[in-house]
Design a protein around this ligand. Structure first.
Ligand code: SF4
Length: 287
């Protein structure tokens, strides 16, 4: 059996930097607080908790003189304002690519365009983008786009982790509804690269394993992309989820992992697969 591991499987640089910053701040300050989980991965959250990174529901729960960390996928302006007014010690881990989306959306708004965000309703990153301007709309699917009324001027951005196919389908519909439409493709480059790699891998491998939490939209999207091309696609959260039967009659196993999956879990799953099948070649990295 041969293993092909997607070169950029796992943490994107935005998440990696945020997790490192959380660990470093906890080490220096004893504790650091966050509004919600830093990544959608239960194992990472547990590990962070053990090192002093605590999750709170609102700013009132942060003890005096303790730092609050703003996560990679952005924070709504009201929370920024409130924390500044209270002179809180803010550690900003917002990904620079998310900040770019905020800037783009403000530019489109200054051109008097109705703002449309292609993304998942209720997702923290989408909420952060939406709150940069007044009355932005969130559209998650073609079905929702079909229901929109006709409009004169609109500006469209997307959540950084969207599938390009979903964005294209929605833009095609918006072209029939909006007279003056401007679209800025804000799918981030780590997402584009990961999606390309998993699409190619799923076509050349007998079986695909996607490592990631089922609470991570990003991991679920990787699984969807692989499943569309390879029926024998399985998503696992850890090595314990691996099933020996999946690997029967499989010469080539392709592996990728969501942007919130840490290297330690990827390595555990790799070891698990190696112990199931006889590895005929060194594990190869797929670019
Ligand atoms: S998915 Fe992209 S935009 Fe989001 S944190 Fe990672 S690099 Fe930044």
């Amino acid at each position: 059996m041969k293993i092909l591991l997607a070169k950029d499987a796992g943490y994107c640089f935005g998440v990696r930097d945020a997790v490192n910053l959380a660990h470093q701040t906890a080490k220096e300050e004893g504790e650091v607080f966050m509004l919600g989980d830093i990544v959608h991965n239960e194992n990472v959250v547990k590990e962070l908790e053990e090192s002093g990174v605590k999750v709170v529901k609102n700013l009132d729960e942060v003890p005096d003189n303790k730092p609050i960390l703003f996560r990679a996928h952005g924070t709504v302006p009201d929370i920024w304002k409130e924390s500044n007014e209270r002179a809180m010690d803010v550690v900003d881990a917002t990904c620079p690519l998310v900040i770019e989306i905020h800037e783009e959306v403000k530019k489109l708004d200054s051109e008097d365009r109705k703002i449309i965000i292609i993304g998942d309703h209720g997702h923290d990153e989408v909420n952060g983008i939406k709150e940069q301007v007044k009355d932005a709309l969130v559209v998650s699917s073609s079905k929702e786009a079909m229901k929109l009324r006709k409009m004169k001027k609109a500006g469209v951005v997307s959540q950084s982790t969207q599938r390009i196919e979903n964005v294209q389908a929605i833009i095609n519909i918006l072209m029939t509804k909006v007279f003056d439409l401007r679209f800025v493709n804000t799918i981030c480059f780590p997402t584009r690269r990961n999606h390309e790699q998993i699409k190619n891998l799923s076509e050349i491998c007998d079986i695909m394993i996607v490592i990631g939490s089922f609470t991570s939209a990003n991991s679920k999207r990787l699984t969807e992309l692989a499943k569309m091309r390879n029926e024998r696609t399985f998503q696992v959260t850890s090595a314990e989820d691996l099933d020996i039967d999946w690997f029967q009659k499989s010469d080539t196993v392709g592996i990728s992992a969501g942007a919130s999956t840490p290297d330690s879990i990827i390595n555990q799953v790799l070891d698990g697969i190696k112990s199931i099948g006889k590895i005929t070649e060194e594990e190869l990295v797929y670019e």
